[in-house]
Design a protein around this ligand. Structure first.
Ligand SMILES: [Zn+2]
Length: 259
């Protein structure tokens, strides 16, 4: 099998203690890489993590839907629902920020643990391997909120580029932008917490943003959502893509967020 040495990163719509972190994903990828180096693809005997799923999704036994999405469900009702969900989620992004350009591999799976040998977040997660992006939506994430949130991460990745996003885009900003198309009420701040949301700007790394218990992480999401919404109300939602392009072109994060 092929040896992969490309770093990966993951992001997830679900908040929780057991979600992937970038470091964890990298470690897992190394383990998976080793595994793949010694075992043929047909003999997976144990769970493989998300980045590997993104690499090997093409060889997984999945159904292809009319819009190119993939699913493990053979049910026609499920398949129609997934196509509609993807359409609604993209429409929400377009209504908020403008046209969707990214074309991530979009997978809807029904089993809470993932599909095939791949173990995935039951809500949703987005895996990036270089320019390749995979949005994996699980049975708990089959809502426009979760799908739009994850597709927005893929759009940011597409606009900024893998390395720039990984190295220069603060996690609070990445999550805060994705939250603009995610209307789940649990991510709304109480009036009291609204006063102190700015703390989230210090959570620039994946590990700092997702540190703490579920309540803490939910608050981070909600704070990021508010801080980014406040910024967008000044600079305009339709300026986002151009700003991300500037980051890709070499400007710093501080420069591209200047009001
Ligand atoms: Zn996210």
């Amino acid at each position: 099998m092929v040896l992969w040495s490309v770093a990966s990163s993951a992001t997830s719509a679900f908040t929780g203690q057991n979600m992937c972190s970038s470091n964890h994903a990298k470690r897992s990828l190394l383990i998976a890489t080793f595994t793949l180096a010694v075992a043929p693809a047909s003999t997976f005997a144990f769970a493989l993590p998300g980045p590997t799923a993104c690499l090997l999704v093409d060889v997984a036994d999945l159904h292809t839907l009319p819009d190119g999405s993939l699913t493990d469900s053979g049910s026609e009702a499920d398949q129609q629902a997934y196509v509609q969900l993807a359409r609604d989620a993209r429409a929400r992004i377009e209504d908020t920020f403008g046209a969707v350009e990214s074309k991530p591999i979009l997978v809807f799976f029904n089993h809470p643990d993932g599909f095939g040998p791949f173990r995935l977040n039951a809500y949703g997660s987005t895996q990036f391997i270089g320019s390749r992006a995979c949005v994996m939506v699980g049975p708990k994430g089959q809502s426009v909120d979760v799908v739009a949130h994850e597709l927005m991460h893929a759009e940011i990745h597409h606009r900024v580029g893998y390395l720039k996003r990984f190295l220069q885009l603060p996690t609070w900003f990445d999550e805060g932008v994705a939250m603009q198309v995610d209307y789940r009420t649990r991510y709304s701040l109480s009036p009291q917490d609204s006063q102190t949301a700015d703390y989230v700007r210090d959570l620039t790394t994946f590990s700092s943003f997702f540190k703490g218990d579920e309540q803490a992480v939910v608050r981070n999401y909600a704070s990021a959502k508010q801080v980014v919404a406040s910024w967008l109300s000044k600079v305009g939602t339709t300026s986002l893509y151009a700003r991300l392009q500037r980051l890709k072109n070499g400007e710093s994060f501080d420069e591209i967020v200047t009001e």
